[in-house]
Design a protein around this ligand. Structure first.
Ligand code: NAD
Length: 478
């Protein structure tokens, strides 16, 4: 099996320079369950340095024209593309995703996403323009943005946070997940070379570092992507100084397959949308409601696709799906599967960990799943797809909506109009017909209910990094 090349490990960047830290922490390769390198561990003092640098850089950066900021982002995208292969190797090693498909795809996709975001321009709205008064609404940058990211798409999600924040004229302090710190830190190294010192800074580590960012009086806004539980804690910690927050949180997306769906056509797509990135995607399809008349045929097709899939180390060119990223997530999936079996779910494939080193769990399809089982009620965030049988679409919709999450939802049918009607009644930030989890840099994406607060992407997403300022000019002398 091919071993990924040994990557060069990045440093923290503060004020445009590498920051040496006294301590470091282990980062585990999920394919072996053993540490493979150490990442720099930032202290609270290091965080203060990063925030101070970002505050110093803010006046000049926010006064730079948006065209110049967009040009800097284009240069960052060029640099990301130029380093695609080395970043992909590092990403595969720390995250687990296959080097030959997903890892390179994430880096290339992140560069494209940055370019598309750089083309956005915040509008100036004219509310009134008459003999008495001119009233305009402008968008101003907020100041220092703190970005806190998860481990499933370490580079892409860093781009989702940092690029709109910079375009809007903010400066940034970023903290990646401690499970996957290297690619995000390397991205900061690459990007900061194209920015004035202090505009983009990084810190890393756990032990309350994220909470310190949320509580920090020098950080004006936190943009967070991660679990709903952490999102709740962030909201509490940010209360003291009314921190601006964007929270992109967990999902437990339902999909409803109607009786008239073309099973042969939809099975591969449903499979891809449920198991892509090994199910470790916020808006993956996580609960599949299937009409009684097509249930058995669709379940059998999905199980056949899952059985054919090659799960293995990300460095193996034959691998299509890598390991689960970390031990906590792996143990959680094992527990969910055991509990579901004990409650009557039947696994058509998978359902128990693979016997190998590393956090390998096979692609698993469970039928006779139902609400009350944690594989249905909770976000599995892994390669387990529960299938729930229904006979009345209204009942399926009610059950799909009876979950605290509301990130995405989909309806699958040959009748697009009927499917759309049902999809629009799903309580979710994005709904799809005959698709799921597809996103783009120009359309807003965010969670309903407990899946988040605020919006990412497009002009609505850019607004999250700006303060509205109403300018009123009186044209009548007092
Ligand atoms: P997590 O909440 O455990 O950690 C995310 C980040 O928060 C990490 O950097 C962590 O160090 C930091 N953190 C932990 N405690 C903190 C605290 N008290 N204050 C501030 N920061 C703190 O999430 P995870 O396990 O890394 O990621 C998986 C979750 O992310 C899933 O629920 C998934 O659905 C969600 N997610 C959501 C989206 C979206 O756009 N809605 C996208 C990707 C992932």
């Amino acid at each position: 099996m091919m071993q990924a090349p040994s990557p060069r490990l990045p440093a923290l960047i503060v004020d445009g320079k590498p920051l040496s830290t006294r301590d470091a922490f282990d980062v585990v390769d999920p394919a072996t369950a053993r540490p493979f390198a150490q990442a720099p561990l930032a202290t609270r003092d290091d965080l203060d340095l990063a925030v101070a640098a970002a505050r110093r850089a803010f006046p000049a950066w926010s006064a730079t024209s948006i065209e110049a900021r967009a040009e800097a982002i284009e240069r960052i995208a060029d640099a990301l593309e130029a380093e695609r292969d080395s970043l992909a190797a590092l990403l595969s090693r720390e995250q687990g995703k296959p080097l030959h498909t997903s890892a390179g795809g994430e880096i290339a996709g992140a560069a494209q996403w940055a370019r598309a975001t750089a083309r956005l321009r915040p509008p100036v709205e004219v509310i009134r323009d008459d003999a008495d008064e001119l009233v305009e609404v402008h968008r101003r940058p907020l100041g220092v943005v703190g970005s806190i990211t998860p481990w499933n798409y370490p580079v892409m999600i860093a781009v989702w946070h940092i690029i709109p924040a910079l375009l809007a004229g903010n400066t940034v302090v970023m903290k990646p997940s401690s499970y996957t710190p290297f690619t995000a830190l390397r991205f900061i190294e690459i990007a900061s070379a194209h920015l004035p010192p202090g505009v983009l800074n990084s810190v890393a580590g756990e032990s309350g570092l994220g909470q310190s960012m949320v509580e920090h009086p020098g950080i004006d806004k936190i943009t967070f992507t991660g679990s709903t539980g952490t999102g709740r804690r962030i909201m509490a910690s940010g209360a003291a100084n009314l921190k601006r927050l964007t929270l992109e949180l967990g999902g437990n997306d339902a999909a409803i397959v109607l009786a008239d769906a073309d099973i042969d056509a939809i099975a591969p797509k449903i499979f891809a949308k449920a198991f892509g990135n090994c199910g470790q995607t916020c808006a993956a399809l996580k609960r599949l409601y299937v009409h009684d008349s097509v249930h058995d045929a669709l379940a059998a097709k999905l199980a056949a696709l899952a059985l054919q899939a090659k799960v293995g180390p990300g460095s193996d060119p034959a691998t299509q799906f890598g390991p689960v990223q970390n031990k906590a997530q792996f143990d959680y999936l094992c527990a969910l599967a055991e509990e579901a079996k004990a409650m009557g779910a039947r696994f058509l494939c998978g359902g128990a960990p693979m016997t190998s080193d590393g956090y390998f769990f096979p692609l698993s399809v469970a039928v006779d799943a139902a609400e009350g089982m944690r594989i249905v009620d909770e976000e599995q965030f892994g390669p387990i797809l529960p299938i729930i049988r229904y006979s009345d679409p209204e009942d399926a919709l009610a059950r799909a909506n009876a979950n605290e999450n509301g990130l995405g939802g989909s309806v699958w049918s040959s009748d697009l109009a009927a499917a759309r009607k049902l999809a629009e009644r799903m309580q979710a930030g994005t709904v799809w017909v005959n698709d799921h989890a597809t996103i783009s840099p120009d359309a807003p994406f965010g969670g309903a209910k407990q899946s988040g607060i605020g919006t990412a992407f497009g002009l609505h997403g850019l607004d999250e990094y700006m303060q509205l300022q109403t300018v009123r000019i009186s044209r009548r002398a007092a």
